[in-house]
Write a protein that binds this ligand. Structure first.
Ligand SMILES: [Zn+2]
Length: 98
């Protein structure tokens, strides 16, 4: 949660449009609801809401990284989220959530 607050404060301070990209551990213990967020961009408020749920905090190995976005909220460097989503797709094939 401190990382989310730090990211939000830094973005405001520098006048940057930033979002947080969810990074999941993508291992055998990863819950479906956490894995599905891998590579998805969230506002600090959305990230806070997710982890405010105690069930989501329990044994969670996920993290977030700060990503610069345009006025529409899309990442300036699409490859960042594309690579993360590709990793999720490989993980999903291996562990078969669908
Ligand atoms: Zn998690």
């Amino acid at each position: 949660m401190k990382k989310i607050e730090d990211c939000a404060r830094n973005a405001r301070m520098h006048g940057l449009n930033m979002k947080l990209m969810h990074i999941s551990a993508l291992n055998q213990e990863t819950r479906k609801t956490h894995a599905e967020r891998h590579g998805v961009l969230f506002t600090p408020e959305q990230a806070r809401l997710f982890w405010s749920n105690r069930e989501n905090q329990r044994n969670c190995r996920c993290s977030v990284t700060l990503v610069m976005v345009d006025e529409a909220g899309r990442t300036i460097i699409p490859e960042i989220t594309e690579r993360a989503r590709a990793a999720y797709e490989m993980y999903n094939k291996r562990y078969g959530f669908n």
